[in-house]
Structure formats: structure tokens, C-alpha cells
Design a binder for this molecule. Structure first.
Ligand code: FES
Length: 110
């Protein structure tokens, strides 16, 4: 199901924003005119990713340092604490930008 998440202008270049899409909380990340959507919680210990550091490609969780490539959700650096916990992959969601608005596709129904 595709959801109208927010206006592109609501996120500055290099910025982040947490939005609700259906029942999911999603973190949107913008670089130029591109936007990625990932789960708002880190798969290591389910803590919020929004305070993390974002360099336009890699998102670093501020809690234990796990780093994720936002394009495919792969973990490129494990957390320093209990690295064996949680998933190695951050869920990602397809994004479309239409008429200045960001649409995010998630599984499930409305
Ligand atoms: S909760 Fe993100 S690295 Fe631990």
C-alpha cells in the first residue's frame, strides 16, 4: 500500500524526518532530490534511529554505533554492544516523489 508521507519541502537537504505510514513508523532521509525510507527503529535493540548520524549514504545509530546503508538496509558496521543481537538488515521501503510529495510503499493494508 502506498502512503502520502509528507511534502518533500518538509525535509531539508541532508535532513531526516519520522513519519507514520499506515501502522509503521518510518524514517525518511533526504539527499538532494532523493529520499530513502527505512524503519524508524534500529534492528539491534529497537531504539530510535532519528538521532543518528546521516552522511547521505550511511546512517549510524547513536546508541551502539551500528551503521546501515540506507539504499538496501545492509549493516556495514556492527554495534559495539552485543553485536550478535538483532537483525543484520534494516528494513527499507520503496519511495516515490510526485508533485513535491513523498510517497512510501509498505506491505499490508490500510
Ligand atoms: S540500538 Fe542501534 S546499535 Fe544498538
Amino acid at each position: 500500500m502506498e502512503y502520502d508521507a509528507c511534502a518533500l519541502a518538509e525535509i531539508g537537504d541532508g535532513g531526516k524526518k519520522v513519519v507514520s505510514v499506515g501502522e509503521a513508523k518510518v524514517l525518511l532521509l533526504r539527499k538532494g532530490e532523493e529520499v530513502w525510507a527505512v524503519d524508524a527503529k534500529c534492528p539491534h535493540m529497537n531504539l530510535p534511529l532519528s538521532p543518528g548520524k546521516w552522511d547521505g549514504e550511511i546512517l549510524k545509530c547513536r546508541f551502539h554505533g551500528a551503521c546501515y546503508n540506507v539504499a538496501d538496509g545492509s549493516r556495514v558496521k556492527p554495534p559495539w554492544l552485543l553485536a550478535s543481537m538483532g537483525s543484520d538488515t534494516l528494513p527499507t521501503y520503496p519511495v516515490t516523489i510526485k508533485d513535491g510529495r513523498i510517497f512510501v510503499e509498505t506491505a499490508g493494508s490500510q
